[in-house]
Design a binder for this molecule. Structure first.
Ligand SMILES: O=C(O)CCC(=O)C(=O)O
Ligand SMILES: [Fe+2]
Length: 462
């Protein structure tokens, strides 16, 4: 058997856990529902568990080898145990995790992970033993969290090994969902800490550097000089567009896509990642996140709003935190059919770092209060001015070249020459300008960005 840091006996004895005693009424109701799901007949449980498993990144389902499923379950069970352990160790339950020394927490997780791996190598458990061990541990967690009844949730050994694994998957999913719900109830911050912990167990997907532009000196690249000057004549801007083979001036700007607290939640998650873990201290921190992770951070309403804004067309979500490095992002075209970039901090909170679009009519620098989205295609040339002070935060929704086939699928005109971003350019999806290269849907009406130099005012259209 695999040795664990705690077991059923230890959990049952001792003083009432802070986790239990701190449950709110809503928490108890949610817990009751989960408990029902957990002790249902296997078939029903399996069905209800499908939606629960969706909460978890990439669960192994169906035809995946049993061995792999067990391996994944082992990692997940360890992650949940560590989370519960850390939550109940700290004074006041899961929500107080934020107050803990993050390095200590991380070390505990790493130690537990290592000892579990060592134990596994020593013992070389059979498939049946590994499943039995997981069952014990899942029962222990269910009892601890009161998500299952102590008798009914005992391992059902008459099931085939395959069914036992499936059963475990659904129960592990239910426990995770319960913990996420708990974390959500205690405020957004507990949620992102939960994600931190899970991520440190399952690993943050490696970031593909080619996804977005990078800060550097970029001396001698087209328009680098103009980014420093902050302005250009239309002819100079056109030269940059042509040098980079830009074929469209059609970008659009949409204010108020996220509200202040949603932006703050994303910044807090980025700050948390920046303070700990393998990417601690990274000056230009870029993280791939899943839609579910985004949902945990900003809430379902905001996540739905973002997905609707994208028309469901995106395949990569990135959150980014940049320290001021005194560098530029050179003028470039993105390697994506479409990029939606949402500023997560007011542009007045940092110096330089302005997103600049090079059009054939001149440089355009839209004002970007926190929550403002810009939309552009792979044909639009853009760059970022020298970022000299204050931290910059952004959220990217990228639609890669391989997903939806063409720009017209995304609502652009066929040849991408003009600026027909029908879906979101105007109010109610109507076209409002024959050249809407920068139309802003503001809180109180429609604006057009109409200026030839940085920081000029917007013109109200309607
Ligand atoms: O962060 C920004 O404002 C834009 C960055 C950009 O264009 C990129 O990373 O491709
Ligand atoms: Fe870019």
């Amino acid at each position: 058997m695999i040795a664990r840091t705690y077991g059923t006996a230890e959990i049952q004895s001792g003083t009432p856990s802070p986790l239990k005693s701190r449950l709110s009424l809503a928490g108890k109701v949610a817990l009751g529902l989960i408990a029902c799901a957990v002790i249902m007949a296997p078939d029903t449980r399996q069905a209800s568990a499908i939606s629960q498993l969706e909460q978890w990144p990439a669960p192994l389902k169906g035809s995946a080898p049993l061995k792999d499923k067990i391996q994944q379950l082992t990692t997940r069970v360890a992650a949940l145990e560590n989370y519960i352990q850390a939550a109940s160790d700290s004074k006041g339950g899961s929500c107080s995790l934020l107050g803990r020394d993050v390095c200590t927490t991380l070390k505990q997780i790493e130690d537990a992970d290592r000892s579990a791996r060592d134990a596994q190598q020593d013992g070389k458990p059979t498939v049946a033993e590994a499943i039995a061990d997981l069952q014990n541990r899942v029962v222990a967690m269910e009892q601890y969290l009161q998500t299952g009844s102590s008798n009914e949730s005992a391992p059902v050994t008459s099931m085939t090994l395959k069914d036992q694994v499936q059963d475990l998957q659904s129960r592990v999913g239910a426990i995770r969902k319960y913990l996420v719900d708990q974390a959500k109830q205690s405020g957004g911050s507990g949620t992102s800490r939960f994600l931190d912990m899970i991520k440190s167990q399952i690993g943050v997907p490696k970031f593909d550097e080619k996804m977005v532009g990078s800060f550097g000196e970029w001396a001698g690249t087209p328009g680098a000089r103009l980014l420093d000057k902050g302005q250009a004549t239309p002819a100079e801007s056109r030269e940059v567009v042509e040098a980079l083979n830009g074929t469209s001036d059609a970008f659009s700007v949409h204010a108020g896509l996220l509200n202040d607290s949603e932006c703050a939640a994303l910044r807090a998650s980025l700050d948390a990642e920046h303070a700990r873990g393998t990417l601690a201290g990274e000056a230009d921190l870029k993280l791939n996140i899943t839609l579910k992770e985004l949902e945990y951070i900003v809430g379902t309403a905001a996540a739905d709003r973002l997905v609707a804004f994208c028309g469901g067309h995106f395949d990569t979500i990135i959150i980014r935190r940049c320290e001021p490095g005194g560098q530029i992002i050179n003028f470039h075209k993105d390697d994506h059919l479409r990029t939606i970039l949402i500023a997560l901090v007011d542009d007045e909170q940092y110096e330089g770092g302005r997103l600049v679009f090079a059009t054939r009519d001149g440089l355009r620098v839209p004002p970007r209060p926190a929550g403002t989205a810009t939309v552009h295609t792979s044909a639009v040339v853009h760059g970022v001015t020298r970022h000299t002070a204050g931290v910059r935060y952004g959220l990217f929704f990228l639609q890669g070249m391989g997903g939806v086939g063409t720009l017209s699928d995304l609502g652009y005109d066929q040849d991408d020459s003009g600026a027909t971003y029908v879906a979101t350019n105007g109010t109610n999806g109507t076209m409002t300008e024959d050249k809407p290269s920068a139309v802003i849907t503001g809180m109180d009406g429609l604006y057009r960005v109409d200026y030839d130099q940085l920081d000029a005012d917007m013109v109200k259209l309607a």
